[in-house]
Every structure is written in C-alpha cells, then in structure tokens.
Design a protein around this ligand. Structure first.
Ligand SMILES: Cc1ncc(COP(=O)(O)O)c(C=O)c1O
Length: 492
C-alpha cells in the first residue's frame, strides 16, 4: 500500500494557488511563444545546470545580424573588421552593465567558456610557497584543476571540507584554511609572504547550495584574491559587482540563455588582471614582439588575455542574451525557480514506498532556502538500497526526460554526498586505480553518482509535476533487480 504522501496534489493545483507563483506567469507566456521548441515531442527539459535553452528571438537575432552586415576579423582597421570590433566592445559593455560593474574597476575577457576563464587565472596567477591556493571541496573540476598550476609552482593547496547533511561549508573552516600557515600574522604581511587565491562557487552545480558571497570580502581581508565561479549561480541569481568585488569571476553564457555556446568570460578586476603573468603569448595578445630579439611586450588590458581570433560572430549574441534576460528579469526567474525547487523538494521527500521507507535520498539542503534550483538525489529500493543512477539515466531518457546523472564534474561534493572520508581514500591505493568504476569498487561505494534535476529560465510547474509522476510510477515499490546490465562509467 502506498501512503497518501506518495500521491501528492498536482503541482498545478498547489502552486497555482500561490500568489508568488502567479506573479511569475509572464514566463508561461514566453514558454508558449519563445520556447515552444521545449515542448516539442513531449520532452521534459530539466538540465538547466547543464545548459540553458535559447529563445526563438535570440536565434532569429543572430541570423538577422549576420545577414544585415559584413563582419571581418576584428584584429584590423578595415570597415568589416571595425564593425565586428565595435560589436565585441558593445558586448563587453553589456556584460559590465548586466553585473552592475564599474568599467573603471572591471574588465571583461571573452573566453571559450568558464573553464577557459579558470585556466587563464590558474596559469598566470603568482602561486608560490608563500602564495597558496585555498578552495572548497564543492567545486567544479574546472576550478579543481587550478590546483595543478598551484602545485607546479610549489604553492600549498588547502581544501575546505563540506559539513552536515546540507553539504555546506562552515565559515570557521574557511577562516582556518585562509589563516593556516600564516603564523597568526594579519594581512598585510611584511616580507616574503604573498597573496593567495581563494576559489569557490557562488552556487554548487551538484547540490545547489549557495555559498555566501560575503566570503569574497572575508578572503580579501585575509590577503586573498578571490576566484568566484558564477557559472551555476548567474543564470538565476543577481550577481551585483557593485556590491561584491571578487578579483575574478568565471562563467559560460550558454548557461544563462542557451546560446551562443563556445563563449564564456573572465570578468576581472583591472588591478588583479595587471598582477597576472601569462606563461605565453599568442596572436592578438601582444603590443610588440621580435623573433630575432626574442622579446615581446604583452597588451596590458583585456586583449592581452584573448588568444587568437575571438568568436566575433558569437560574442554579439551575448549582448542580445543579456538584454533578453534583463527584459524578463533575473529576479523573476529567481522567484520562479525557487518556488519550483521548494515544491520538488517537498514532493520528493514525501514519496514513500509501501513499507513506509523513503523513495528519495537527497544530497544537499531539504528546503529552498540558501540554495538554487539544482536538486541532486538517488532513488532507493524498498529495501533501502540505491537505484543505480545509470539505470535512472536510461529509464528517464526513454521516458523523455533530460536530467543529468553522475557526479557532475564535482567530485568534492560527491565525496561529501556519498560519505567518502579521507581515511577510506588513504587506505585505497589510488595510484593503482585507472577508471571511475575501479575507484568506486575500491571504495565499496553503494553508488557512483546521483541524479540531478535543475530548473531554469523557462521551467514551469508542469515540468516538475511530470518528473514527480515519473518517479512515482517507475520507482515506487520497485524491488531491487537481481542484476542489471549497465554500461561502465566513463568519466567524473
Ligand atoms: C559551477 C560550474 N563551474 C564551471 C563549469 C564549467 O563550465 P564550462 O564547461 O562551460 O566551461 C560548470 C559547468 O557545468 C559549472 O557548473
């Protein structure tokens, strides 16, 4: 017998009665016009943390712009080059406006994606024995990878752990990591000690946890520059660079408005950019260079960080996307996503097998407070064992859902979620492990990954309702299979 809680009221009934949800109705109108392609073939898109969805208007604007003018390689002064260059510069200004950043304080470096922005900082930051890297467990691999640059420079690398069932980070642990090895001295130090780099995500791409933006100033007070990963945060939250002043912000535009792909940005404080030392130069990044003289002078503004020819046909679409998102209102999107997230969390928690055991093992905060619209979990069988996330991937795909499964390139949050302790990692001979499946087997983990549902700009109540109905009808009271032929996991 299923409990009544396993049959929740339809979302459309409960959210429709909520005046806050009613106030976001404009998004439904847009869904019916600009995002019609989302509803083609009955598909349900729930992977906004993976990528946003482009509006029809954005795609049309791209086509119209390309057909209305001629745009050449911007590294020149001819008319088509100047036309392209002017659009790229307009896009830079649009980015600064969107984040309310002072152009005298911040510069915009266009990159291929958020990862490219992290790499620019990692490879050029002045890591040294006295200039450490501090980062939270909860980080995307594109930020984790910065540790390899730090290590190569002999810099200490310190991770701040996740704590408690919400998988948040305790501020005391942040302070402890920032002050470790400083011998109790307060910034600014005299002598050899340099600054350090503190890297954390404004929002977790695994659990949806929003880590405090106040840590930017906290870290700066302790003599650190801050790399704020806004890739998961910016699509549904206001980031105001007039209020918080991180040295570096990385993001990818397709996560905000679906298109263009292949364009991201490093939004950087000009003073911090001037302290970076690039390990190489490339076309477009230098003021002067000599082959026989073995000498070069880098450009000292944002161009000094943009290697080769920019995506000059795609970057102007960023300006359109930002205007589009501004026109809808990031705060409106935030409200809607928050309501859908709260509803989903409540309903998933209420689903019980006939024996009363919960269907869902949630990772991260159980309410919508202090978190974004990304919800990670595993289903459980009635005997409490976990449903393999690869099975959920297969079955949810077959049922027309786009959800994500795995560890979402965030192994630290995964280690926190699955209770992997330092002890078990030490005992395990990681050196002999080559694949993610061997790693999981060595740790004797009950699962190798989670299921992730994420909401975004065009999400509606029906999307959430359909996923809960799928979960109920597919996994409630479903006994653990004797075996299931599942493909090996290929990456984390
Ligand atoms: C929080 C976070 N940071 C960084 C990235 C890397 O973004 P990209 O793959 O676009 O470089 C992602 C991508 O999912 C992300 O979610």
């Amino acid at each position: 017998m299923r409990s009544d809680a396993a049959h929740p009221a339809p979302v459309t009934a409960s959210l429709a009665a909520d005046p806050a949800y009613a106030a976001t109705r404009r998004i439904d109108a847009l869904r019916a016009t600009e995002y019609q392609h989302l509803d083609r073939d009955g598909h349900v898109y729930l992977d906004y943390a993976g990528a946003g969805v482009p509006a029809r208007a954005q795609v049309v604007a791209h086509q119209e712009r390309l057909l209305a003018g001629l745009y050449g390689n911007p590294h020149s002064e001819n008319p088509t080059s100047a036309a392209a260059g002017a659009q790229v510069e307009a896009a830079r200004r649009a980015v600064l406006r969107f984040f309310r950043a002072d152009p005298a304080e911040y510069a915009v470096v266009f990159t291929p994606n958020a990862t490219g922005a992290c790499r620019l900082v990692g490879e050029a930051y002045g890591f040294a024995r006295a200039s450490p890297l501090v980062l939270t467990w909860d980080n995307h691999n594109s930020v984790n990878g910065v540790r390899e640059y730090a290590r190569a420079a002999g810099a200490p690398v310190r991770y701040v752990p996740l704590t408690g069932p919400d998988l948040r980070v305790a501020e005391a642990d942040v302070v402890a990591a920032l002050t470790a090895g400083r011998g109790g001295r307060r910034w600014p130090w005299r002598g050899a000690a340099g600054r350090g780099l503190f890297a954390y995500p404004a929002q977790s791409n695994f659990t949806g946890v929003q880590h405090p933006l106040g840590w930017v100033e906290l870290a700066q007070r302790h003599g650190y520059d801050v790399l704020l990963d806004a890739a998961a945060f910016a699509p549904t939250n206001r980031l105001d660079l007039g209020v918080v002043h991180p040295e570096f912000v990385c993001l990818s535009w397709y996560k905000l408005f679906g298109y263009p792909t292949g364009v991201g940005a490093l939004v950087a404080r000009r003073d911090a950019l001037a302290r970076l030392r690039r390990p190489w130069f490339a076309g477009g990044t230098i003021r002067a260079v000599s082959v026989q003289g073995d000498w070069h002078r880098p450009l000292d503004d944002e161009s000094g960080f943009e290697d080769g020819t920019l995506n000059f046909l795609g970057i102007p679409d960023v300006a359109f996307g930002l205007d589009w998102l501004d026109g809808i209102g990031v705060d409106l999107v935030h409200t809607r996503v928050g309501l859908l997230t709260g509803w989903l969390l409540e309903r998933l928690a209420a689903l019980r097998h006939g024996n009363g055991r919960p269907l869902v093992q949630l990772y991260g905060p159980a309410t919508a407070d202090g978190r974004g619209g990304t919800v990670a979990f595993n289903f459980r069988h009635p005997d409490g064992s976990l449903v393999d996330e690869r099975l959920v991937a297969r079955e949810s795909s077959a049922a027309g859902f786009s959800v994500r499964t795995g560890c979402f390139c965030n192994p630290g949050a995964g280690e926190g979620a699955f209770g992997i302790g330092r002890g078990s990692l030490r005992r395990t001979l990681l050196a002999r492990v080559e694949t993610i499946d061997q790693y999981l087997a060595a740790l004797r983990l009950p699962t190798g990954g989670a299921v992730r549902v994420s909401f975004g700009l065009a999400s509606n109540a029906r999307d959430a309702e359909r996923f809960v109905a799928f979960a109920e009808s597919t996994y409630l009271d479903r006994e653990r299979p004797a075996d299931a032929a599942l493909a090996p996991r290929t990456r984390c």
